[in-house]
Design a protein around this ligand. Sequence first.
Ligand SMILES: *Cc1c(COP(=O)(O)O)cnc(C)c1O
Length: 359
Amino acid sequence: MREENTAVTHPFLDLAPMGAAQFASIEDRVARLLDTRQDVVIMQGEALLPLEGAIRGTAGPGTTALNVITGPYGQTFGDWLRDCGATVIDLAVPFHTAVTATQIREALAEHPEIDFVSLVHAEAATGNTNPVAEIGEVVRAHGALFYLDAVASIGAEPVLPDAWGVDLCVIGAQKAMGGPAGVSAVSVSERAWTRMAANPHAPRRSYLSLLDWKTRWIDGGRRALLHAPAQLEMLALDACLARIEAEGLDSVMARHASAAAATRAGAAALDGGLEPYVYEAHEAAPVATTLRTPAGVTASELVARALAADPSLPLAAGGGALAKEMVRVNHYGADATPETVRRCLAALGSALTELSRSR
Ligand SMILES: *Cc1c(COP(=O)(O)O)cnc(C)c1O
């Protein structure tokens, strides 16, 4: 009998370890995607890792933060900031709109002591997007540090930390980039590094620490990694960046914009009608479209029916209380296509008809 080789080869296994040079080249690729000359740190965890690390690194008892809430993530950032001992001024707007640069300017004028502004660019959970370029001008004129969650915007619409004066810009690959969820990146300005270095409360020798990456990785010329990287996720991130470069970032963004426009128009035209949740089209995020169910139709029921017909569709009901009235069409990444939008709209249309018959 022939001897069986028990060490079966597998594409995920027995990979050569990822070295510092390859890791650094992936960081450089992220920097090109963001068109930034700032330092880019790739962190070995989901985007919540740099989102939390950047707040804990820069905020402390001496910080006064303007925390803009346009969806669920803004609420989380406010909790972290308070936990750091910062004084937090929340600026909340209804989730069906965006915040305006004027609202930010007024808040800064009312509280001149604000030295930190946190903002979510686009919110996949609520389907809105904020005018970061205009807001960036206002924040820079005031001199506050500008922290931006661009996880749901990168790949779907322009994200330009240098042009917009963003000091800490966090991205993840799992939405419009069509990549992995397990690693994420943040661009860090010189001002943000200075703030962190002067912050006695900034995490050090910690998985949350950006300063560790600064002192032990960047300042050492990116020659020695802090620990073994999440190799599969890093390879997947590199592959998704290569794929975006090959398609062209503008084309990727155009696919998302078309998918959003088609979803918005098509949903309103369905029999029974699904109105856009975000009233103004320019405030609607290209990454995902949120829709409002008509009176008497529960969004979670509608979505369950549509998914029963085709479980592969990128449909979800809103989270928490929004599950009653909000349908989310997550047309991002590989789903940012006319075909996926058409299938989503067809399934939602059939589900609407069934539900109205059964009533
Ligand atoms: C999706 C998203 C994240 C990352 O959260 P996951 O639920 O883990 O994908 C962070 N911020 C925003 C604004 C997001 O939309």
